[in-house]
Design a protein around this ligand. Sequence first.
Ligand SMILES: [Fe+2]
Length: 174
Amino acid sequence: MEIMTLARPGLSELVTAVRGVTHRYADPRTTVFAVADVLREHLPSPEILTEAERAGDAAGYVGHTLYTEDAFSIMAVVWLPGQETAIHDHIAWCAFGVLQGAEYETLYRFDGDHLTEIGRSANQMGHVSGFAPPGDIHRVRNIGEETAISLHVYGADLSATPTSVRHIYDLPVR
Ligand SMILES: [Fe+2]
């Protein structure tokens, strides 16, 4: 069970700042860029997670839901070296920042019976960016040697819908 507390270092300031912009814009793309700016300015340290949480899990990457309200949720994800997501897209916009290590992201385009790779990025510690569906099909992996930690702000109440994933794509990549 997740511990939901604003006492985590940096969380309360981030929640207040994110709330200030999510209620200002109706358009998801405008909102996610504004949230990314807020996240860049208020990016917490890895100590927003406890030492036990930062240790990760050999069974797979772990998401910790740190905060939820109607308009947005904040989740931290811990990736040990070699761990990766399935290829997926999302139910809502997402702004994310890398708190430790690096995340490697591959972007895909849906072409009916297959996917086409359309881009790659290596997001180092301190990197912040965001996206809004559609066109957000991706896979994230930690191919580095250090445990990676990222912080995600999703434009959805993840207490009502426990995952930000809309769809998992099990298709050949060409
Ligand atoms: Fe994702």
